[in-house]
Design a protein around this ligand. Structure first.
Ligand code: GLY
Length: 416
């Protein structure tokens, strides 16, 4: 398991229960994963070192959590050594690695997506905003660790944002090209599928909550909570598969970039139908923390089949129960998070029925569990209904404590 966040903890938790799994190794893992996997001190983006480690132990399957190693080409590194890994090649991971590539790809293949212009400086940006009008969305082309996207309501807001991209260079090389995108209204959903390059297996429906504050206020984060399932009209799911997912997989194959792994489409359901906002080449975080506990079956077998190009024969069942995740974030997040605050109450929270806690930004210092990142813990509740799952998650979240902890109190509101 490559990665060390709550998403990877959830995956390692499920993999460790799978039949025939002798051992799960996590690189670098985290204190929560240490109870169910052997953590090895290799950074998630050290792709060559990871391949050498996997070769030395003849690891049967490597699963990659975060996008960075995929965009850096970990799948190519493993393929060179004939080591099984689930995840797209570097060329295929461009779907997340470059928003400009994806926008042009969608245009080439008739995939519905908001109108946009790719710009390299402030003058081009101003012209694009004049053409597209406000509100408008600015997106750094490259990976920006969940940041680098700004919704601007006015031209003044656009001006202020452009300073960050082109003058302050807040996103470094990732912000040298910027996508100026029409702002479309609707309901945003996360639509995740597993694909072996030909067959497609949709994962359970989920939604996440990106803004830091209640009522979708404040800056964007990686995700402050999630719920699964969410209402998803089967006709809409079919449309997304037909208009977005299948043309993408076929188009990538036709362009010599066959796509294998998880494809996560961020979709806006507008009055004119679904439109693709962005692709991610990996599972969502915190969506994984609510989807994986609902998987009724052997995750290792499923992922192995996808990696081997044999997904067609696999059946996936989802438990009828619901899951809800509340992310406990550190003081300062989504800015610079404070580190080193002692975490208490975890054992008590975990003793509650239906509760799981996945570690995100945690570390051990002087024998104590402390905060070590922005999204510290994902507290997950499970129940027969979304309302029960939310209650379990919030009751457990109230027990876990660290100085500066903050979380949204409206995850799942309107869904229960
Ligand atoms: N939850 C959003 C993401 O994983 O990108």
């Amino acid at each position: 398991m490559v990665g060390g966040g709550a998403r990877e903890h959830a995956l390692a938790w499920k993999l460790s229960q799978a039949a025939g799994i002798e051992e799960v190794y996590a690189a670098p893992g985290n204190p929560g994963m240490a109870g169910l996997a052997t953590c090895v001190p290799i950074a998630a983006d050290a792709t060559v070192e990871l391949a050498e480690f996997a070769a030395s132990l003849k690891i049967d399957l490597t699963v990659v959590g975060p996008e960075l190693p995929l965009v850096l080409g970990i799948a190519d590194e493993f393929a060179r050594r004939a080591l099984p890994l689930l995840g797209p090649s570097r060329a295929a991971a461009e779907l997340e690695g470059s928003k400009a590539f994806t926008k042009e790809f969608c245009q080439r293949h008739g995939i519905p997506t908001p109108r946009a212009r790719i710009v390299h400086d402030r003058d081009q940006a101003a012209a694009a905003v004049k053409e597209l009008g406000t509100p408008v969305v600015l997106k750094a082309d490259g990976l920006a660790a969940g940041k680098g996207v700004a919704v601007c309501r006015t031209r003044d807001e656009v001006e202020a944002e452009l300073v960050r991209y082109f003058d302050e260079r807040s996103f470094g090389a990732a912000g040298e090209r910027v996508l100026v995108e029409e702002c479309v209204a609707g309901d945003e959903i996360s639509f995740m599928v597993l694909t072996d390059g030909t067959s497609v297996c949709p994962l359970a429906s989920a939604r996440d909550y990106k803004r830091v504050g209640d009522g979708d206020c404040g800056p964007n984060t990686g995700g402050m909570g999630a719920v699964s399932p969410v209402p998803l009209d089967p006709a809409l799911a079919s449309t997304i598969l037909r208009e977005i997912v299948h043309p993408t997989i076929a188009g990538m194959a036709a362009e010599g970039r066959p796509y294998r792994g998880v494809l996560y489409a961020g979709v806006m359901v507008t009055a004119d139908g679904p439109q693709l906002l962005e692709f991610n080449c990996r599972l969502g975080d915190p969506e994984t923390q609510v989807v994986i506990p609902r998987l009724d079956g052997d995750l290792a077998q499923l992922l192995r089949a996808a990696a081997a190009g044999e997904l067609g024969a696999q059946r996936v069942n989802w438990r009828r129960e619901a899951a809800a995740c509340v992310v406990l974030a550190a003081e300062g997040y989504p800015g610079v998070p404070r580190r080193g605050d002692a975490i208490t109450g975890l054992g008590e929270a975990l003793a509650r029925p239906g509760v799981l806690v996945f570690n995100g930004g945690t570390a051990i210092a002087d024998g104590r569990l402390v905060t070590a990142g922005g999204r510290v813990l994902s507290v997950v509740g499970r129940g027969a209904t979304v309302a029960e799952a939310l209650r379990a998650a919030y009751e457990a979240a109230a027990i876990v404590r660290f100085d500066g902890a903050h979380f949204r109190s409206d995850i799942g509101r309107g869904l229960a």
